[in-house]
Ligand binder design. Structure first.
Ligand code: NI
Length: 171
């Protein structure tokens, strides 16, 4: 297994719409295990392939022991809206309240190409929606008010340009 680099906003790869997966081979399984390992190490609950610079419709999720590898996932139904705080490995240190459907129905394939269709609700539905957004090049800041979005964008852009790492700044 290998630990992958997680891209941080404003990396342009986060704004590329991911491509449909058509080949279910050992390379895909290796990517699923590398992405899972990277997610665990980063203490995230979900990671989408574009976040590691791979333009594939692939997501890994592990929330309270519910583990998923979603290939070509599609939300087919959504119901109710709920607000809750969420974060993103591509926006380290940023946590914002975001409105998402409380219940969804999702169709996807697993890493062997077997189709699934499931109803998901609560915080897990939020994780699914957040990660599937990444495949469409949509980021959590796109769902905030213009004021908050601008503030976070500027903060992240400033951090990206900083000549020293945030760790060095803290010292
Ligand atoms: Ni994210």
């Amino acid at each position: 297994m290998a630990i992958l680099d997680v891209l941080v906003y404003p990396d342009p790869a986060l704004r590329v719409v991911a491509e449909e997966v058509t080949v279910f081979d050992d390379k895909l399984k290796k990517l699923v295990s590398d992405m899972s390992e990277t997610m665990y190490l980063s203490k995230g609950v979900g990671l989408a392939a574009p976040q590691v610079g791979v333009s594939m419709r692939l997501v890994v999720i592990d929330w309270e022991g519910a583990r998923y590898a979603l290939v070509n996932p599609r939300i087919t139904e959504e119901e109710g809206m709920e607000r809750a705080e969420e974060g993103c490995l591509s926006f380290p240190g940023i946590y914002e309240e975001i409105e998402r459907p409380g219940k969804i129905r999702v169709a996807y394939q697993d890493e062997d190409g077997i189709p699934h269709d499931e109803a998901i609700e609560g915080f897990l539905a939020r994780v699914f929606c957040h990660e599937i957004d990444h495949l469409d090049a949509k980021l959590m800041i796109d769902r905030l008010s213009r004021l908050k979005r601008t503030f976070i964008k500027k903060k992240m852009e400033r951090k990206a340009k900083a000549p020293v790492t945030s760790e060095a700044q803290e010292r």
